[in-house]
Design a protein around this ligand. Structure first.
Ligand code: ADP
Ligand code: ADP
Length: 232
């Protein structure tokens, strides 16, 4: 499990004459073993920040670190390797393979990655997802919440140092959202996983250890332990 850090991060998108400053001198520390939510209005720079932290996009200026590795110091192939081996992704669309069972969807990517998966860890992940006999079902036979839990378990299976989740409850009703958030919470608390999620959903953000609020490419507020503050 690892920290992530952005240091004086700026990102400018240019197209012809126009330039948009999507990130404006952002410094942020994502602590290890915590669930961090990034909130803010549409266009605030949330996706840009997450993509730059995850090495999916590059900054215009500033630095990004995963653990003590500065992503700007890596070659393209080193960066691809780091993304594959150390970073997990969860998207709004579950992206499960339709012909595989839930269990196969969870364990196969880790098995195919070339790194020897740790069977004890896989067993723990499969237990923590709490799918019971639905593990043998195909995605089409599962609810949206169950499918997203499979996607979360798949991300966990390869034991990444950090997981980035883009609107993980965006497509789900409140009951399914609750199941997924409960699982994300257990992944952090019981498995010591580091998770960063971008969300519009105050209920989802309320499950985080820290909420970072972005607006116009800047961090405008940070709130620790939102559940205890009961402000959401
Ligand atoms: P959020 O995720 O908070 O909605 P984004 O990071 O997607 O915000 O976008 C931040 C700003 O950068 C917005 O003004 C958006 O229009 C702009 N932007 C994002 N991606 C691109 C792109 N590929 N090209 C040009 N502008 C972009
Ligand atoms: P948005 O947040 O703008 O709606 P998406 O969440 O669909 O966009 O995708 C965000 C970025 O993540 C895209 O740039 C895409 O190339 C990248 N991406 C999508 N799926 C994967 C994946 N499985 N592995 C790595 N990168 C991915």
């Amino acid at each position: 499990t690892a920290t992530a850090r952005a240091e004086r991060a700026s990102k400018i998108y240019r197209s012809g004459e126009a330039a948009v400053k999507a990130l404006d001198d952002v410094t942020i520390d994502i602590p290890a073993g915590r669930l961090t939510a990034i909130m803010g209005p549409s266009g605030a720079g949330k996706s840009t920040l997450m993509h730059c932290l995850a090495g999916l996009d590059t900054l215009t200026s500033g630095k990004v670190f995963i653990g003590d590795v500065e992503l700007g110091s890596l070659s393209d192939s080193q960066l691809t390797l780091l993304r594959r081996e150390r970073i997990g992704f969860i998207f709004q669309a579950f992206n499960l393979l339709p012909t595989l069972s839930a269990l196969e969807n969870i364990v196969l990517p880790a098995a195919l990655s070339g790194r020897k998966p740790d069977q004890g860890w896989l067993d723990t992940v499969v237990e923590t997802v709490r799918l019971g006999d639905r593990l043998s079902h195909r995605p089409s036979e599962l609810s949206g919440g169950q499918q997203q839990r499979v996607a979360v378990a798949r991300a966990l299976a390869s034991k990444p140092q950090i997981i980035f989740a883009d609107e993980p409850t965006g497509n789900l009703d409140s009951r399914s959202s609750g199941e997924v958030l409960g699982f994300l919470r257990r992944a952090v608390t019981e498995l010591e996983q580091t998770i960063v999620m971008v969300t519009h959903d105050p209920v989802a953000a309320g499950h985080a250890d820290t909420i970072v609020f972005l607006a116009d490419g800047r961090i405008v507020d940070t709130m620790d332990d939102p559940t205890a503050q009961k402000v959401l």
